[in-house]
Ligand binder design. Structure first.
Ligand code: HBI
Ligand code: FE
Length: 292
C-alpha cells in the first residue's frame, strides 16, 4: 500500500516525516517490531527516561506520576503490547504503533475508539535536547501516563469523536488548538501549586521547569473560546499556558461544545497572536523557582 501523506495538512506543519509509511494500513497502523531497536536505542531511552523522571515529583501532576509507575518503562524502549495490557486494565485504552504524524481523520478515529497512536521510532542521540515531530519517547512517556486517569481517558476519546465531527464541518483548526493547549501543553492547579499534565511539557527536560516556574510565559485560566482563537508555535517553548483545576473541565468543554454554533458566531473573530494576553484573561502566577 503506497500511501502519500502530506505533512502540511497536519497541524504540526513542516515536520519532516521520517517513519516508513509504506507498510501502513488504511488506519496508518504498523507493527512496532520491538526486536529491531538497537542497544543504543535502549540506552538512549534510559537516558531520556532518567532525566525526565527526576523532574516528575516536582513538576508533574499526581495522576501523571501514578500512570508512569503503572507503565513501568524505565529499562528501555517499551514493548507496546505489554503497555497496552496495562493501560487496558486501567482505562480500556490501548496503543497502536504508527510511523509518525498521521492524517487528522485517522488520528481522530483511533482516539474515538480508545487507541492512542504511538510513533515507533526513537530520536537520534544528537536530538536528545530537542525534536519538532513526535517520536516514541514523546508519544509514550509524554502522552500515555495521563491516559491512566479515567476522566482524562474519557476526555481524550471524546476529543476523537468531536474531531471526526469537526472534520465534516471544516473546524479541525479550532479543535486542534484545544488539543495543543491542553493535551500537549496543559497545566493543572493543585493546592495552589501549578503542575503539568501536557505531553509536550513533560517529555521535554527544558520545558518542564520552564512551564511551571519561569516568569517569562503567561499562564491563563482555561477558557475554551479563548483557546479556540489562539495561534500557537510548534518550534519553541510556549508563550502562554492554560491552567485547569479539574480534568472534568476538559471533558465538559468538549461535551458542551456546539460546533455549528461556534462556526456561526465565532469564526469571524480574529485569531489571537502567539504570546498576546487579553484584558479578559484570568492570569495565574507561576510557582516559585526550585531552590538550586
Ligand atoms: N498524528 N501521530 C500523530 N500524533 C498526533 O498528535 C497527531 C497526529 N495527527 C494529527 C494531529 N495530531 C492533530 O492534527 C490533531 O490533534 C488535530
Ligand atoms: Fe504529542
Amino acid at each position: 500500500m503506497n500511501k502519500v501523506f502530506d505533512p502540511t495538512t497536519a497541524s504540526h506543519e513542516g515536520a519532516a516525516l521520517r517513519g516508513d509509511y509504506s507498510q501502513a494500513g488504511d488506519d496508518f497502523a504498523i507493527a512496532q517490531d520491538w526486536t529491531a531497536y538497537t542497544p543504543e536505542d535502549h540506552a538512549l531511552w534510559r537516558q531520556l527516561y532518567q532525566r525526565q523522571i527526576s523532574l516528575m515529583p516536582q513538576y508533574a501532576c499526581a495522576e501523571f506520576r501514578a500512570g508512569l509507575d503503572h507503565l513501568d518503562c524505565a529499562d528501555g524502549v517499551p514493548d507496546f503490547e505489554r503497555a497496552s495490557k496495562r493501560l487496558r486494565a486501567l482505562t480500556g485504552w490501548e496503543l497502536v504503533a504508527v510511523p509518525g504524524l498521521i492524517p487528522d481523520d485517522a488520528f481522530f478515529k483511533h482516539l474515538s475508539e480508545r487507541r492512542f497512536p504511538v510513533t515507533s521510532w526513537l530520536r537520534k542521540p544528537e536530538e536528545v535536547e530537542y525534536l519538532v515531530e513526535p517520536d516514541v519517547f514523546h508519544d509514550f512517556f509524554g502522552h500515555l501516563p495521563i491516559i491512566s486517569d479515567p476522566v482524562f481517558a474519557d476526555f481524550l476519546q471524546l476529543y476523537g469523536k468531536r474531531g471526526l465531527e469537526a472534520e465534516q464541518r471544516n473546524a479541525v483548526k479550532y479543535l486542534a488548538r484545544l488539543y495543543w493547549y491542553t493535551v500537549e501543553f496543559g497545566l493543572i492547579r493543585r493546592n495552589g501549586q501549578l503542575k503539568a499534565f501536557g505531553a509536550g511539557i513533560l517529555s521535554s527536560s527544558g520545558e518542564t521547569p520552564y512551564a511551571v516556574e519561569s516568569q517569562t510565559p503567561a499562564r491563563v485560566k482555561f477558557d475554551r473560546e479563548r483557546i479556540m482563537h489562539s495561534n500557537y508555535l510548534i518550534d519553541q517553548f510556549q508563550k502562554t499556558y492554560f491552567v485547569i483545576d479539574e480534568f472534568d473541565e476538559l471533558f465538559a468543554a468538549l461535551d458542551t461544545l456546539d460546533i455549528d454554533q461556534f462556526l456561526k458566531t465565532e469564526t469571524d473573530k480574529p485569531d489571537i497572536a502567539v504570546g498576546r494576553t487579553l484584558a479578559s484573561d484570568k492570569l495565574i502566577a507561576p510557582n516559585a523557582p526550585r531552590a538550586a
